[in-house]
Ligand binder design. Sequence first.
Ligand SMILES: *Cc1c(COP(=O)(O)O)cnc(C)c1O
Length: 361
Amino acid sequence: MSYAAPIFAPVRPDAQLPPVSVNLYSDTQTRPSPAMKAAMMEAELGDEQHGDDPTVHALCDRMAALLGKEAAVFLPSGTMCNQIAILTHCRPGDEILAHESAHIVGSEGGGPAALAGVSVRGLRGPRGLFDAETLRAAFREKRRNAPPQSLVEVEQTANFGGGVVWPQAQLDAVLAAAHEQGLATHMDGARLMNAVVAAGIPAAEMVAGCDSVWLDFTKGLGAPLGAVLCGAASFIDAAWQWKQRLGGSMRQAGLCAAGCLYALDHNIDRLAEDHANAAVLARGLAQLPGVTVEAPETNLVFFDVAATGMTADGFAKACRARGLMLSTMGRTRVRACTHLDVDRVGVEEGLRIMRAVLSAA
Ligand SMILES: *Cc1c(COP(=O)(O)O)cnc(C)c1O
């Protein structure tokens, strides 16, 4: 037996590189603020696995109320929320329907196949979204030789689609079509609150058609760890068993849940600033020669550098050498992400570095 070498480098920061002055790599790169850390230090703690951590209970109650669901479970990561939801909704051999660019398709290590034994049928549609008609066209007749379809998954915001918010009528129509066909509905809400703030629709209303939905606290909300999966009480009971099986059951997890509660109180409304900064960034990028920008709806700004003659990787490396961190999404597509650790000045500095890279090329 041999193990594959790590392919996603660097595992440790490269000591040759200058320090990062502007980090637009991801909203996952935020550090807990001093006030968030203070809230964490003061949290009342217990044994989460034993059901005794009052801070975790407080967070789960808040989340269930916020998203209008019966119950909630605290998990270490968004990926575990997706995988546990799939394990709970599906049986081995089932087929899930999701957009072909979904995080569960390309960014979770093949988890649906490896863990739940299910396949994902990728649907097409512009900007990470699909419509009810496309979904209906993918429904299979119930036949002995067809994989049973059990789940429709949607991503809010659609990350690789460009941080796009589902038009509410389109989302509701997709979820209703799934239910008409007898399928469960799951929302990957890694950046759900970005969508809520951008659309001005209350969270519970936005996710009313979802049987399960989760929110990540480690993206724009700025907490160091944690995600909460919500749904019906019976669903959460079953999800708890998977949490236990996968080793996601924790002990004094209230330490982290307190950071999430702090984020709910302080870091939601301010997501509007990230969206405004993303718009400023996109306007600046549109002025750079050879750069084509996708108009941002939230805090993710995707742009293409093909016409500069550089690859995304080459562009990102040249920016990194000058202290700006970006992420690459394909051969010539680059992503810049605004978040609570970059202000307007940082955005301007990032634009200055990208301009310098392009004039040096
Ligand atoms: C980040 C992300 C996840 C995974 O969340 P982690 O907390 O990093 O495991 C899932 N879906 C989407 C759309 C994401 O952006």
